[in-house]
Design a protein around this ligand. Structure first.
Ligand code: SF4
Length: 285
């Protein structure tokens, strides 16, 4: 049974309703809804959202994820414009853009993703992108990174040992690390970020090894949250981790030298994204 600290209020409020309506009218997707994020009330209530582009169906089938697998649809050429318009209407100044994986497309959607970022950047908005691995194709990754985001995130999701049973077979622990490493090698000033879920059966020493691997790949920001099973179709939760475990790992990550760490049961990749960006920027000035 889920512990009390994981129970969150149902989303409501003026900002929440306005954002939901804006997205619905433009047939846009957010990861907040698709992934049933527990922070939706807090984030939408505060007027921030994470856009999920390239459709609502994913070509992959990670075993923790509730996004619909398969049934791929053509890309919407108007999506860059629709996202930019929605950002303007919502009055946002920091947004996160993520996507489903599009292994079905020749460029795996890299060109479309970059077009969305450019459309939003034209409006003087800070943009964080949470990108797929593009099957480790650095030129496709580069297409998105060179479109001008302020932060580039790519998630390793879990520790090395559990990766094959948790993520889709086309993903890989080392492949993800190599994506993160290459971004930093090509763009020394780019802020990079990655996230891990706890509660899938990993040990503390495996999590610490993963943090070391991320540090070796020069990642700046790390977030650690509790895996919550979206429905009975996904992997079972092995453990609801106590808050103290998150706090202990947060302290260890800071000791390793990460610029910003968010670690707690309800933390998700985009949690306090603008705050993490400002902190890293301040360190650079
Ligand atoms: S790549 Fe995996 S985690 Fe990402 S949307 Fe597709 S199935 Fe979900």
């Amino acid at each position: 049974m889920r512990p009390e600290y994981l129970k969150v209020p149902l989303p409501s409020g003026e900002n929440y309703v306005r954002i939901r309506e804006t997205l619905k009218v433009r047939t846009l997707h957010t990861v907040c809804e698709e992934a049933r994020c527990p922070n939706i009330a807090e984030c939408w209530g505060a007027g921030t959202a994470t856009f999920m582009v390239m459709g609502g169906n994913c070509s992959r089938g990670c075993r923790f994820c509730s996004v619909t697998h398969g049934g791929m649809q053509p890309l919407d050429p108007l999506e860059p414009k629709k996202v930019a318009e929605s950002v303007r209407i919502m009055g946002l100044d920091y947004i996160v853009i993520t996507s489903v994986d599009r292994d079905d497309l020749e460029d795996q959607g890299a060109g479309h993703f970059a077009a969305v970022v450019k459309a939003v950047k034209d409006m003087n908005v800070r943009v964080e992108v949470l990108i797929p691995d593009f099957r480790g194709n650095h030129e496709l990754v580069e297409r998105v990174v060179s479109s001008g985001p302020d932060v580039v995130a790519h998630n390793i999701e879990t520790v090395r040992r559990l990766t094959p049973g948790v993520r889709d077979g086309r993903a890989g622990y080392d492949q993800s690390l190599s994506v993160l490493r290459e971004i930093k090698e090509r763009h020394r000033a780019m802020i990079t970020k990655s996230s891990l879920m706890l509660g899938l059966g990993e040990t503390d020493s495996e999590v610490i090894e993963a943090l070391h691997d991320l540090k070796d790949a020069s990642v700046d920001i790390v977030t650690i949250g509790q895996y919550l099973r979206p429905s009975r179709k996904q992997l079972e939760v092995v453990e609801y981790c106590p808050v103290e475990r998150f706090k202990r790992l947060e302290a260890i990550a800071y000791e390793m030298g990460f610029s910003f760490v968010a670690s707690g049961p309800l933390v998700r990749t985009s949690y306090r994204a603008a705050e993490a960006w400002s902190k890293r920027r301040l360190e650079n000035v």
